[in-house]
Design a protein around this ligand. Structure first.
Ligand code: ATP
Ligand code: RIB
Length: 336
């Protein structure tokens, strides 16, 4: 199958991660001697760009970094991942974004983002990345509205599909101005913020999806529901499907949503089948939650294929075939 060129226009951060037994109460100091800390590449856009690259996509990444040591480190990591970094922007005055992440023993996280250079991206800076002739544009909401809207406008002008991972939610984001979106994908809390409806069960999730379809002109709405899986709403067909999450032991869910949306878009661009795309994404995200950190948790194409094969074999009661990197994995994408 043909690998389409995906232009990711989004955010990049360094994640300062601390793991702990429990989050301290206000005013409390907790000393966690035996639990370390780390600096890991993160940011919703970078996590998705790395996912695309590890799955084998032709990924071009535009983000805005500071002129600092974090920027140097991140750029070299993206290059080594095989990402096209020609259109990465630099702000000489504002530092690279930083996210402080607290991860509890149950894998749940709390994230505070200092956006830094991410928030200085301008609409004018979006012109050049489009000279790479992308075949799809993928964005999140962690950069300025004007940059997102300009990229959507240029994508429509070039007649290529726009994919939106709606994180982090901003009540004042002008969703209608995005124009046509192929897949719009918020998580649980983003869905609640945009619609006022908490997607706690099938009925409320359907109501929220229908409400979202009045706010954004999308072909599909895919609501990510953490360990409850994902909810697909086909806006034109007025049909919905629920894809349960994989049963795995969660170590750290940071970036699960970024991995999920990128994997879904990658497969959707290959085969146009939203259900198989979400099933594949569910496997990729499941692998990511079993590992610590953001970019450090992202699986490769071979790992997703091996996971999918094992799952299929377990379901059919047959022995799992050995993972073979020489196969394309197309069968797994279409048939998971
Ligand atoms: P994050 O902000 O932590 O990156 P998110 O809130 O955007 O993630 P989630 O809904 O938490 O997104 O997760 C995305 C997908 O990852 C889910 O739809 C599910 O398939 C998978 N996932 C998340 N948590 C778990 C879990 N505990 N066990 C198995 N799969 C999970
Ligand atoms: O979605 C996870 C990401 O959100 C983290 O890597 C952090 O940098 C924030 O952008």
């Amino acid at each position: 199958m043909k690998n389409q060129r995906i232009l990711v226009i989004s955010s990049a951060n360094i994640d300062f991660v601390q793991r702990m037994r429990r989050i301290p109460y206000a005013g409390e100091t907790v000393v966690e001697n035996d639990i370390g800390y780390s600096y890991i590449p993160g940011g919703k856009g970078a996590n998705s760009a790395i996912t695309f690259a590890r799955l084998g996509a032709d990924c071009v990444f535009t983000c805005k970094l500071g002129r600092d040591s974090n920027a140097k480190r991140l750029t070299s990591i993206y290059r080594n991942e095989g990402i096209d970094i020609r259109y990465i922007l630099e702000d000489p005055e504002v530092p690279t974004g930083l996210a402080s992440i607290l991860v509890e023993e149950n894998g749940k996280n709390r994230i505070i983002v200092y956006p830094g250079a991410n928030m200085t991206m301008t609409a004018a800076e979006i012109e050049e990345p489009f000279t790479c002739y992308p075949e799809a544009v993928y964005m999140q909401l962690e950069i300025p509205d004007e940059a997102i809207l300009e990229a959507a406008r240029r994508a429509h002008e070039a007649d290529i599909p726009v994919f939106i991972d709606a994180g982090p939610a901003r009540l004042d984001f002008p969703l209608k101005e995005l124009g046509r979106v192929e897949i719009f994908s918020p998580n649980e809390s983003e869905t609640r913020i945009f619609t006022g409806i908490a997607p706690t069960n099938e009925e409320t999730t359907l109501r929220a999806a229908i409400r979202l379809s009045t706010l954004v002109d999308a072909k599909y709405i895919v609501i990510k529901l953490g360990e409850r899986g994902a909810f697909i709403y086909d806006v034109k067909g007025k049909e919905y499907y629920v894809v349960p999450a994989e049963k795995v032991e969660a170590v750290d869910t940071t970036a699960a949503g970024d991995v999920f949306t990128a994997a879904m878009v990658y497969v959707y661009l290959q085969n146009g089948n939203i259900v198989s795309a979400v099933k594949y994404a569910t496997c990729a995200a499941a692998i990511s939650v079993t590992r610590a950190g953001a970019s450090s948790s992202i699986p490769t194409r071979a790992e997703v294929i091996a996971y999918a094969r094992k799952k299929k074999a377990e379901e059919s009661g047959e022995a799992a075939p050995a993972a073979d990197d020489k196969t394309t994995g197309d069968e797994e994408m279409n048939e998971i």
